[in-house]
Design a protein around this ligand. Structure first.
Ligand SMILES: Nc1ncnc2c1ncn2[C@@H]1O[C@H](COP(=O)(O)OP(=O)(O)OP(=O)(O)O)[C@@H](O)[C@H]1O
Length: 302
């Protein structure tokens, strides 16, 4: 099922073309929207939400047109904006209840939904305190809760890991994955940090300068390469020599050896050589492309 689609979508501001003839689509699940700062990610989300009109082209969300059905879209879609937009004097509970009522829920339902949603995003007793005293991580959770409180079919999360420390980032990414799987809500999540999306997305769309660089399932980004990565505590050079003389093609990269994997027998050859030389094997695995590598290659080809 197609969740969102664009056709020749262009957005020109007076000084810059933020989106340039973008044609792309995404289905259910978690979709990563990746690009450097200024690539056009927030502009694209705002067009999907009906907050900005496109200059040319069309966009649809859940089969609805932002130009004519913005109200229906807001009922079915949640939005976590990038920048801080929270009232410092209100508590998380008051704010989330208010947002639930704004989306049309009666007060008693809004209170129940707000309590459940705040618990899901990991805010407990602190939800009664004013937001002004919250950490960045807690504020990000409140922003996420208000995007989910009306039980949307799709949420747009704009840079949800911004400003978080590594632990906060991991927790937010785990939460995003749960939204996509346990809650069954489709997610579009933006990030300029390519590596982090690898862990949570089913599909990745890469844009650069408002243009589409690539759109594919995560497996295609991280598909197995034809090489085996071997890490040994020490003895890389003798191991490389042994493997080369046994007919393997080997490259040494610091502590790692990259061995071209012609057949499954390559694994046996590495195991035998490590045993013969009595080395400590730390890692032996099929190499995988990382999103960063694919992105770097494609940007340099533009
Ligand atoms: N309202 C606006 N008026 C003028 N230019 C704008 C406006 N909004 C965005 N832009 C410009 O459009 C380009 C794309 O911005 P956008 O915010 O969509 O990028 P982004 O990928 O979300 O990056 P970031 O994460 O830094 O926000 C940038 O050059 C930005 O300066």
């Amino acid at each position: 099922m197609t969740i969102l689609a664009t056709e020749g979508l262009t957005k020109r501001f007076p000084r810059v073309t933020a989106l340039d003839r973008l044609t792309v689509s995404a289905g259910t699940g978690v979709t990563g929207l990746v690009g450097a700062n200024g690539a056009g990610k927030s502009t694209l989300i705002k067009i999907f939400l009906g907050l900005l009109p496109p200059t040319e082209g069309t966009a649809t969300v859940l089969g609805l047109s932002p130009a004519t059905q913005a109200l229906e879209i807001r009922r079915a879609v949640g939005y976590m904006p990038e920048h801080d937009c929270l009232p410092p004097d209100m508590s998380a509970t008051e704010f989330t209840v208010h947002m639930a009522q704004m989306s049309g829920l009666p007060r008693s339902t809004a209170r129940e939904r707000a309590a459940d949603t705040l618990r899901h995003v990991g805010l407990y007793e602190e939800r009664y305190r004013p937001i002004g005293g919250y950490s960045t991580g807690m504020k990000q959770r409140v922003k996420l809760a208000q995007a989910l409180v009306h039980d949307p079919s799709l949420v747009f999360l704009d840079e949800p890991t911004n400003g978080l420390d590594p632990q906060g980032r991991d927790e937010m990414l785990a939460l995003i994955r749960r939204i996509g799987t346990e809650f069954g809500i489709s997610v579009v999540v933006t990030s300029h940090l390519l590596g982090e999306l690898e862990r949570v997305c089913d599909h990745v769309i890469v844009i650069d300068g408002g243009r589409l660089l690539r759109s594919s399932a995560i497996g295609e980004f991280t598909q197995a390469t034809q090489s085996i990565t071997v890490e040994v505590e020490e003895g890389q050079e003798p191991l490389a020599e042994r493997l080369t003389s046994a007919g393997q093609r080997v490259t040494v990269a610091g502590r790692l050896l990259m061995v071209e994997a012609g057949s499954p027998a390559t694994f046996d050859a590495v195991r035998d050589a490590v045993c013969d030389l009595d080395l400590n094997l730390v890692r032996l695995e099929q190499g995988r492309h990382r999103i960063e590598d694919v992105f770097r290659e494609e940007v340099s080809n533009v």
